[in-house]
Design a binder for this molecule. Structure first.
Ligand SMILES: Cc1cc2nc3c(=O)[nH]c(=O)nc-3n(C[C@H](O)[C@H](O)[C@H](O)COP(=O)(O)OP(=O)(O)OC[C@H]3O[C@@H](n4cnc5c(N)ncnc54)[C@H](O)[C@@H]3O)c2cc1C
Length: 396
């Protein structure tokens, strides 16, 4: 018996990962992606602790390992370029600052898509325009004009989720800015970047370089703190001007990195933000990944949360016989503490980079026991039930 007809919005990480598990538990799955094809690009993303176990259970460990960036680690430098601290990718059992499993976001998305595209329907270049739910299902009108009915709809459409705005309320209600702005762009590798990420920090600002698969290039990463900051998403020139202004006077190789702002082939600048919601479902509609609980790039956990959330959501729905109330409630209960821990780490990371006010009291010594427990919750995550419900695909 087919479990349920499920529509998933978004085909980046959370969407295809959820499609994998829903299909494996016996659901009929459609994924609708607004972009005309899988979106390439993005920085490296990490999988640590419990997320690695989910990848193993997906049967994708070998493929993910083969696609790793092979970044050896990271070091911090002073203004003269002298190394201050070193973090190796194999520190903390591979679950440290630079994770042993680090993969370009676009590569992971492609891998998850290719793994599922045989049993799952993918519709590119379309989006949900309207939906209406009743006791038994959800009627969906697509922007293309198609109309279809599903048992469940899940939004995996990222930080700026349209489905969240449609069903739960406006963006401002759920998106929490952490007071920091991040920018990335590609530069020629005239800096001698090899397999190590380099990071320079000075009073609330940072500049860094990370290796790229094409060794003739490197990725510049710049950040500055900004309490109230309104980024205009469409005006790239204004963003570049602002970045130049805010980075002025920063030492190390920063002026040379900024000199490439006008000839870079790509440019990304955005506020560091989290999504905080009381609940991740409403009737037959649920949310997953950044749409529901973005912990921000500063947590290093967005991908892990998406992969583990996908495992839990499909498992809980199947275990409840596809009852939305019980399935969504089980998912939320299992995920909440893991999400909270990673959001707390994202906030702490931003705070640690902020310049202290001149007359501020010195920060108290960290409670190491509490910090260790927090990291354990954030990396080790929740226990993964076996979920022997529904169908399983042969050979997994
Ligand atoms: C192009 C891109 C680059 C990124 N780069 C980085 C990075 O460098 N570092 C980092 O830490 N994180 C990055 N992220 C975010 C990272 O992928 C997530 O934090 C994490 O992996 C969880 O992913 P997600 O699938 O929940 O959301 P996302 O990865 O944000 O994916 C959301 C998907 O939904 C699609 N979508 C949006 N609106 C609609 C709609 N209305 N209907 C249908 N589909 C829709 C988007 O096109 C996208 O494919 C990037 C995301 C994208 C899309």
């Amino acid at each position: 018996m087919s479990g349920s007809r499920v529509l998933v919005a978004g085909a980046s990480i959370a969407g295809p990962a959820l499609a994998h598990w829903l299909h494996r538990r016996g659901a009929e799955v459609t994924v609708v992606e607004r972009a005309p094809e899988l979106r390439p690009g993005g920085q490296a993303v990490d999988a640590r602790g419990v997320a690695k176990e989910v990848i193993r259970r997906m049967g994708l460990e070998a493929a993910v390992r083969a696609a790793r960036t092979e970044t050896a680690g990271a070091y911090t430098v002073d203004a003269a370029g002298t190394v201050l601290e070193t973090y190796r990718a194999d520190d903390d059992g591979g679950d440290g600052y630079i994770a042993e499993i680090e993969i370009l976001r676009g590569d992971l998305s492609r891998l998850l898509h290719d793994d599922t595209c045989d049993g799952v329907e993918y519709v590119f270049g379309d989006r949900i325009a309207e939906l209406t739910q009743d006791a038994d299902g959800v009627d969906v009108a697509f922007a293309s004009g198609d109309r279809r009915r599903f048992d469940l709809v899940v939004g995996a459409d990222g930080l700026h989720s349209a489905l969240r705005a449609m069903v739960f309320g406006p963006r401002e209600r759920f998106v929490r800015h952490l007071g920091m702005v991040l920018a990335f762009y590609t530069v020629p590798n005239e800096f001698g970047v090899d397999r190590w990420l380099i990071d320079y920090q000075e009073s609330g600002r940072s500049a860094g370089l990370r290796p790229l698969p094409d060794a003739s290039l490197a990725m510049a990463m710049l950040s500055f703190t900004a309490a109230d900051f309104d980024v205009d998403y469409r005006d790239v020139e204004a963003q570049k001007r602002l970045l130049r202004e805010r980075m002025a006077g920063l030492g190390w190789s920063t002026p040379r990195i900024l000199a490439h702002l006008d000839d870079t082939p790509d440019f990304y600048l955005d506020q560091v933000a989290q999504v905080v919601m009381d609940r991740w479902s409403s009737g037959r509609v649920g949310l997953i990944g950044d749409a529901a609980y973005s912990a921000s790039p500063m947590s290093g956990a967005g991908t892990g949360l998406a992969l583990v959330g996908a495992y839990m959501l499909a498992g809980e729905l199947a275990a409840s016989g596809w009852d939305p109330k019980a399935g969504f409630a089980g998912y939320e209960e299992r995920m909440r503490s893991y999400v909270d821990a990673n959001q707390e780490i994202g906030q702490m990371h931003v705070q640690s980079l902020s310049a202290p006010e001149p007359d501020a009291e010195p920060s108290p010594e960290p409670d190491m026991e509490a910090l260790t427990a927090l990291i354990e919750r954030a990396v080790g995550g929740p226990e993964l039930p076996e979920y022997n419900y529904g169908h399983t695909l042969a050979g997994r």
